[in-house]
Design a protein around this ligand. Structure first.
Ligand code: ZN
Ligand code: ZN
Length: 410
């Protein structure tokens, strides 16, 4: 176990963030994950970081706050917090986020408080968000188990057993075996993704048509000059980093007003401390005009109305049904893992997936047809029978996905 933990911490710091000597690093971490965060901090100092700054989080404190804090608290972000995130982003500080939460931590909280807090934070942390989207600093989101989450994934196991089982599932998903070679395995994995996206980029697709037996029948138009990207990212300064570990996806940005049809989520979505099941969206000229769910509909409706852009798509991502995460046949109740088990779409903010997009201003990206929002929420749509057909600008049809997986030429 000790070996695996060290190998994992090393992977996150050395490959996930790849800091240069003298760079500062923030670690956002639940208090329960302190021992693992210390391993990451030690690894960061060994990599030459000048300072590791902690941002501790706690589910229980968050829940107390959402229920009991004064109402006006949810409309403001204190100045120190703005400075903490924005100043560090402007300085290029590396950012490691350990994501681990009880999937229903905020169940019962009035969604109005959650949405107002999100709006306030979106406004206050503009610099941080902008620089995060365009490669202004390296960032990496990863997860380790906490008991409240583990027992949701393994409801038939006791707490300790569930935590062990979730550790094993995570290690398998992130290719950590304890042999010290996770870094090499990731380099090979990233080059596989790279080859796929090169083939997709060569097609210069105009649109994608999604269809499956769940009822999804959706056309998504792609902007001219769009590029497919993979989890292997580069900062503006040209240093590699991986924004999500694990990552199995190849993604691009859709044209804001170019989606039409119906799309069904294929897995539950954990969002804002609530579980949403049975999502169905009807989309017209890019806009979600109907949002329904079998469970958590209120949370879903609130999520797509955070701002104007929340009702439009900002990402389409391709993940084969046959992937190391999907093959575990496990619902992780954590988007970081679940989105890498299935094709997904996000509503909200688009990544600047255009040629030269990293250097474009917000206004320029909008002019080119990309969506802008303070939110970005991935929901899973992939199934074993999903077909995706691409159309080129010359009108040629190309099978991209057949029966849930990439067509053989990819
Ligand atoms: Zn994605
Ligand atoms: Zn996403």
């Amino acid at each position: 176990m000790e070996e695996k933990l060290r190998e994992y911490a090393r992977l996150l710091v050395r490959v996930g963030l790849n800091p240069h000597p003298g760079q500062r690093m923030i670690i956002s971490s639940p208090v329960e994950c302190a021992p693992f965060s210390r391993l990451c901090a030690a690894e960061a100092y060994e990599a030459g970081c000048s300072e590791v700054v902690m941002n501790w989080t706690d589910d229980a404190m968050a829940r107390l706050k959402y229920f009991h804090a004064s109402d006006e608290v949810f409309d403001t972000v204190p100045l120190w917090r703005r400075h903490f995130f924005n100043d560090h982003a402007l300085e290029g500080t590396a950012y490691l986020a350990i994501s681990a939460s009880d999937p229903e931590n905020l169940k019962g909280v009035p969604s109005d408080r959650i949405i107002r807090a999100q709006r306030a934070s979106g406004k206050a942390l503009k610099d941080f968000d902008r620089l995060q989207m365009c490669g202004g600093f390296p960032w990496c989101i990863a997860s380790i188990p906490i008991p409240s989450w583990a027992v949701r994934v393994f409801p038939d196991k006791g707490e300790a057993e569930a935590v062990d089982a979730l550790w094993n599932a995570i290690f398998a998903a992130v290719r950590v075996t304890g042999d010290g070679k996770a870094v090499e395995r990731w380099q090979a994995h990233l080059s596989t993704l790279e080859k796929r996206l090169e083939k997709l980029n060569a097609l210069h697709l105009k649109s994608l048509h999604y269809k499956n037996a769940l009822g999804t029948d959706l056309t998504v138009e792609l902007p001219e000059g769009h590029i497919w990207e993979s989890g292997g990212d580069h900062t503006l300064a040209g240093r590699s980093y991986i924004a999500n570990i694990p990552t199995e996806e190849i993604f691009t940005s859709p044209l804001k007003t170019g989606s039409n049809g119906v799309v069904y989520a294929s897995m539950p979505l954990v969002h804002d401390g609530n579980v949403i099941e049975g999502i169905r969206f009807v989309v017209k000229e890019g806009k979600i005009v109907e949002a329904t769910a079998k469970k958590g509909e209120e949370t879903l409706k609130a999520a797509v109305s955070v701002d104007e852009g929340a009702a439009y798509f900002g990402e389409v991502a391709l993940v084969p049904w046959d992937s190391p995460i999907s093959n575990q046949n496990l619902l992780f109740f954590n988007t970081l893992f679940d989105e890498n088990a299935a094709c997904h779409i996000a509503f909200g903010e688009a990544y600047p997936c255009l040629e030269g997009g990293q250097k474009m201003s917000k206004d320029e990206l909008k002019r080119r047809g990309l969506n802008d929002s303070i939110t970005h929420v991935d929901f899973m749509i992939g199934t074993a029978d999903l077909s995706i057909t691409g159309a080129t600008r010359e009108g040629r049809e190309v099978p991209i996905f057949v029966d849930g997986n990439f067509a053989p030429e990819f």
